[in-house]
Ligand binder design. Sequence first.
Ligand SMILES: Nc1nc2c(ncn2[C@@H]2O[C@H](COP(=O)(O)OP(=O)(O)OP(=O)(O)O)[C@@H](O)[C@H]2O)c(=O)[nH]1
Ligand SMILES: [Zn+2]
Length: 357
Amino acid sequence: MIDLKAYGLTEINEIPDGLLAGRVTELRRERFTVMTERGEVNAVLKGAFYHTAETRVDFPCVGDFVLVRYNESGDSLIDTLLPRRSKFSRADYSGHAAGFAKTILEQVVATNFDYVFILSSLNLDFNVTRIMRYLTQARQSGGQPVVILTKADLVDDYTLPLAEVAQSMPDVPVHAICSHTGMGLNELEAYLTPGKTVVFLGMSGVGKSSLLNALMEQDVMAVQAIREIDSRGRHTTTHRQLFMLPSGAMVIDTPGMRELGLFDADEGIRIGFADVEEWFTQCRFTDCRHQSEPGCAILAALAKGSLSHERWERYLSQQNENRFVQDKTSYLIEKNARNKYTAMWSKQTRKNGGHKR
Ligand SMILES: Nc1nc2c(ncn2[C@@H]2O[C@H](COP(=O)(O)OP(=O)(O)OP(=O)(O)O)[C@@H](O)[C@H]2O)c(=O)[nH]1
Ligand SMILES: [Zn+2]
């Protein structure tokens, strides 16, 4: 018998006959893995979910507590979604579920977590404003925010950024860690107690997989460098989405949670490149692609030298990854613009005898 308290189930009213309480540990398409007191079961939703759900918000996701009708010889049936104490959701434009949902505006990506670890890297792109924006998001989710400054080994002195965060958000705990050496991980033990659940929020590359691996004491997630080499995708070792740590705490890591980080990266770019985006307001056409349009303020600024080529290129490439996640069409338009621009510029550079202007 598995005690579901270990999985974070706190209170439960009387369970109707024939049903078992459980927690969703994995979700792929419409197939669920649910941990129950009888162990892990495969489950699908009972039909009523599809008939009565207004939006996908009403569908169970990873982290949810549910009641299942246990089936010994096949799929169990998820009968009831229990109330959530916290959740993260994202806008969903996929339309996959259009057949049974009227409006798909929100897709829940993780629920019933106790802590939101806001990860931010101490090297290059350390940015307190961005951390504050994540903090707002974390507070709205219902989880308790904790700021984690990663890659402490890459800076000479992390006490300054640490103090800066502490001063800007006095009521939020902040810790500096290094997942490679294990430095600072002991400070996280206070949160990672049995039955507690954590989610990680933060931009791509801040070290979410690395921290998860360090806490799991084994490689359950491929970190970026490895991923590029074997190109087999993110989940090389396991497809688990709710991880039980050796400490008895759990980490929810769903693709949707990772996308939240990317969405926010867009705002980070907007702030970091406000000077570039300022030019857009001066283009003659509001839908200017800044390629060859007449009256394009970007092209004019580039020609005059009031906007440097390097900065424009950096802006375009930073938009890149983020766009791809948000909207594949605009990503392709952007990519096209970038290629054209690079080709044009290198032609020009060659004309100038190899010197970039
Ligand atoms: N020096 C140093 N590098 C680190 C540390 N943690 C992570 N990294 C490196 O940072 C890169 C990104 O790490 P990941 O753990 O894949 O980052 P992520 O947040 O999971 O990225 P996404 O999967 O894109 O969301 C990798 O090259 C890691 O080796 C650290 O503590 N110190
Ligand atoms: Zn323009």
